[in-house]
Design a binder for this molecule. Structure first.
Ligand code: BGC
Length: 913
């Protein structure tokens, strides 16, 4: 009785608050997603944020309720966590009754804080379970007949069904070998693109779940599915192999589960009822583009019972023996639509549109041109020195869409199963180009933006923009090296180099959780990790002898340890670590098994990829770093991260075991690569940077290495690092008291530097420091991507030092963090935000004459250690104008002031005279 009363109070309270005032418990997520559909986890996690006007707010207790209806009646309640004494508000596991498949669950949370004895109440949120049965789908895999099974052909399947009445919910569960688009009664299902995305296809494919209740009609309905090659049946354009990446036959599996009002669940689709025909999309390929004749659209596509005269019976194809997994990441969506900025007629007469931004997606255009008009669209990232449309750097990827128009009024045309990396569009077949008719649609995974950074330096702002656009373009379901040429692959080294920066810019938790699972699947049984994940024919799925070497290359394979650990630091979810733990262990054990005298002896590595080198290097000025040194440094680093992970997870024995190994590895590094006077055998920036960053040197040698590093930079006058050294270069300088040197490198505008491409008009990060040379010509046409995020890894340093926001490793997930901005004299103001799991952290400062004004916001249920250094002479006064008396701790010393701040908005004033 008491319980029912409590629940009713809860409900009334909840609805009242939900409607009439801003709830202070907000952003409810299940498994890191907002109201997801199709979650298979039996113990999904709950997270929320707290917003409050008060200072120093900490959660004291929480209580979670889960029910099968939004009324939370006792009958419908499946979990009441009880009042739990805890300040935890992220990734709390469901511990209630067994969850049923294809069922919507409602949940809400009550939160008590230290500031009020009355609980605060969230709005009601929900999630819907998936099929919960792994591989036991009842449906068959559907494909075309053997004769029609040809690469690039795009079949359109249809199936008619009667939905029935008194429907409580209807969910479509679907996935494919290839990529699919589903339609019900002529309308597209959902708003995701390139589904089901790309995973380790030989081992697992994610399925998607859609709420389709509102798409169903009374009586007859028609489900349509279009299938295309996608990543599955892709012919690698680059290596001329006659094999596709994963398979030769496209197929899909679909179940429409209807729950009726009486609770009965029914799977509606009859697999014997599938027919197919060929329609407007005649061929489609991720790399080469799409050919479509829009006159071939089937008028019966949406009308149940009307049969396409050319339709044929579909065929049951071989079942899938991998795992059908639920979707745990944000799917690819249309994110931005950009206008064409300019029509350029090139010297050779091409009509080229400039969208002003290098992006990834496709162009849609509106046209009234007559039926039968053929329009061809070519995509490129750059124009060459002479102003011509330039596609040589795409290598064998055609990036070309050919459309035959249907003559309808104001018809919008766009491709469906491909994407292109471009800024420029060459148009053939349109005499009169109207700029307004052409729009560039940016497609990428639907992650939230979490970070922003603006400064008084416009070039730095553009660099930040370029980093974020590089991330947009290369985060299409998989973190890729580049999105345009014939690679577009999940290179593990690029991903680990950029991960921390990515984690500032966007909420990449689910995106990488998903990718790491594929990494574990693609890891060889001996523990070696491949160069690309998902692994495919690019590096040889069959693992031929000569390709074996592409496994286990340091700096790349170490994504297996670096990303899970840093994901844990950013998001504080131990489940990521737990899930990847075995993969981490296997990777370290692989290196150990391939070691001699504790030195990792594998010969082949990519090393400090794309380091500074001279074309005609007669005097040894190219900044080569020994691959063996790099390999051992990463062996040590990865082992250290494994020890940290084991400690975090409470695996004491493992922590001890690997700590013993670690001591030997560091010793071996010093014996082999450090001379007795503290020089490294490769006297290069990357060598010192790795040794310092990974903490491999003795105290004395740290000093020597720092000096040698600074001298080396001064000697060259610039950075010389490649993919492995660059992410750490400025960190190492800052960590060793060399902020001025770090800023100098950051602000350098000549080649090689981060700002050089900006001065050349870049709108994304380039693969090479000198993709476009000062004279306007191109470097190495065969490997010259203009959208390659790896060097964008400087973004992390900018957030850490310009905004000043740093993770506190003892409090993962920003429960407690550090703010320590540089107040560098080259900047007049800097403003940064980061939306953590607890809410928005803001730091901005501006300097006027003798005064620096600093605003800091700390979200509820978190705290910050704030260090304000004093770069100028004079008086420094602290004036907490908004929150007198709410500082938890303060310490003043000669060169900096320290505050421990609880949540709230603070304003501080520093007087410089
Ligand atoms: C890719 C890189 C990748 C590298 C491996 C290149 O072709 O574009 O970004 O990491 O190969 O060395």
């Amino acid at each position: 009785m008491k319980r029912i009363f409590l629940l009713i109070t809860f409900l009334i309270f909840g609805l009242y608050h939900g409607i009439s005032q801003k709830s202070i418990v907000y952003d409810l997520q299940v498994d890191g997603l907002y109201s997801p559909i199709g979650i298979d986890s039996e113990t999904p996690t709950f997270s929320w944020k707290i917003d409050s006007e008060e200072y120093d707010v900490i959660q004291k207790h929480y209580q979670i309720f889960v029910a099968t209806d939004a009324v939370f009646s006792e009958k419908s309640l499946v979990w009441d966590s009880g009042k739990v004494n805890s300040s935890e508000s992220v990734y709390i596991n469901f511990q209630g009754q067994t969850l049923e498949y294809a069922t919507k669950y409602y949940w809400a949370v009550k939160v008590w804080t230290n500031k009020s004895s009355k609980p605060k109440q969230s709005k009601i949120s929900s999630w819907t379970t998936g099929l919960m049965v792994g591989n036991q789908w009842k449906s068959e895999w559907i494909g075309v007949n053997n004769k029609d099974n040809r690469v690039s052909k795009t079949p359109y399947f249809t199936n008619d069904f009667v939905a029935g009445v008194k429907i409580k919910s209807a969910n479509l569960f679907i996935t494919s070998r290839g990529i699919y688009e589903a339609h019900i009664n002529g309308k597209r299902v959902g708003n995701s693109y390139l589904t089901p995305g790309w995973t380790s296809y030989n081992n697992r494919i994610q399925y998607q779940a859609y709420d389709v209740q509102n798409m169903l009609c009374l009586g007859d309905n028609r489900l349509g599915v279009i299938l295309s090659d996608g990543w599955f049946r892709n012919f690698r354009p680059n290596n001329g192999k006659s094999k596709t990446d994963y398979g030769d036959e496209l197929s899909f599996i679909a179940e429409l589960v209807i729950t009726f009002e009486d609770g009965v669940k029914k799977t509606i689709i009859n697999d014997n009822n599938w027919n197919y025909h060929f329609g407007s999309i005649q061929s489609s390929s991720i790399y080469n583009g799409e050919i479509a004749d829009f006159n071939l659209n089937d008028p019966n596509w949406s009308k149940s019972k009307n049969k396409n005269p050319n339709s044929k019976k579909a065929r049951f194809v071989k079942r899938y023996d991998g795992k059908l997994d639920h979707t745990r990441n944000e799917m690819i969506k249309k994110r931005e639509v950009l206008d064409a900025k300019e029509l350029i007629i090139t010297p050779s007469g091409d009509k080229v549109l400039d969208f002003g931004q290098n992006l990834v997606g496709w162009v849609q255009f509106k046209s009234n041109l007559p039926k039968g008009t053929v329009v061809t669209l070519y995509h490129a990232e750059v124009l060459d020195k002479a102003g011509e449309f330039y596609t040589t750097n795409l290598r064998k990827a055609k990036q070309k869409n050919i459309f035959t128009l249907n003559g309808k009024t104001d018809q919008i045309y766009h491709p469906t199963f491909t994407f292109q990396g471009f800024r420029y569009l060459k148009v053939e077949g349109v005499d009169q180009i109207n700029l307004d008719d052409f729009k560039a649609v940016a497609l990428y995974s639907d992650m939230e933006f979490t970070g922003s950074l603006t400064t008084s330096n416009e070039l730095i702002n553009q660099l930040q923009e370029n980093i974020q656009w590089g991330q947009r373009g290369n985060f299409l379901d998989v973190p890729t090296d580049c999105p345009q040429r014939d690679e577009r692959l999940g290179w593990t080294g690029d991903a680990q180099a950029f991960f921390n920066t990515a984690g500032f810019n966007m909420d990449v938790k689910n995106f990488f959780d998903k990718w790491l699972i594929d990494l574990s699947y693609d890891q060889r049984s001996d523990g070696a990790v491949p160069g690309v994940v998902p692994h495919n024919n690019y590096l040889g799925l069959n693992d031929s002898k000569e390709l074996k070497g592409t496994f286990g290359r340091t700096g790349w394979a170490d994504a297996a340890t670096i990303i899970p650990w840093h994901s844990y630091l950013i998001y504080g979810d131990k489940q990521t670590l737990e899930r990847q733990y075995q993969s981490m262990v296997k990777w370290i054990d692989f290196m150990t098994q391939n070691s001699k005298n504790h030195l990792y002896i594998k010969e082949d590595h990519w090393g400090d990829w794309l380091f500074f080198s001279r074309d005609d290097d007669n005097s040894g000025r190219s900044a080569v770093t020994s691959k063996k040194l790099i390999a051992q440094a990463f062996y040590c680093y990865s082992t250290k991260l494994l020890i940290k992970s084991a400690t975090a997870l409470g695996y004491v024995e493992d922590a001890n075991k690997y700590s013993k190994l670690y001591a030997k590895l560091v010793n071996a590094f010093n014996n082999e690569f450090v001379t007795k006077n503290g020089m490294l055998v490769s006297d290069s920036q990357t060598a010192y940077v790795l040794a310092l960053k990974f903490n491999l040197l003795s105290k004395e040698n740290i000093k020597i290495a720092t000096e040698r590093l600074v001298n080396n930079i001064n000697d060259y006058g610039h950075l010389t690092t490649g993919f492995l050294g660059t992410p750490f270069l400025c960190h190492v300088l800052s960590d060793n008291g060399k902020n001025k040197e770090a800023i100098k490198l950051l602000l350098r505008e000549e080649y090689p530097s981060w700002l050089y491409p900006v001065t050349k008009g870049a709108t994304t990060i380039w693969e090479r420091w000198n993709g476009i040379k000062p004279d306007g010509s191109f470097q190495y046409p065969s490997m010259n991507s203009f959208n390659h995020y790896a060097y964008g890894a400087i973004g992390e340093w900018m957030y850490n030092n310009l905004m000043g926001l740093k993770i506190n490793q003892d409090f993962p997930g920003y429960k407690r963090f550090t703010i320590q901005p540089l107040f560098d004299e080259n900047f007049d103001n800097i403003s940064g935000t980061y939306n953590s799991n607890y809410g928005n952290i803001k730091v901005n400062w501006s300097r006027k004459n003798d005064t620096v004004l600093i605003n800091i916001s700390i979200p509820a249920n978190s705290q910050s250690d704030v260090f304000l250094s004093k770069p100028y002479k004079g008086n420094w006064t602290f004036n907490n104008m908004k929150a007198e008396g709410s500082v938890l701790e303060k310490k003043d010393d000669t060169d900096k002031t320290y505050f421990l701040l609880g949540s709230g908005d603070y304003q501080l004033r520093l007087k410089t005279k």
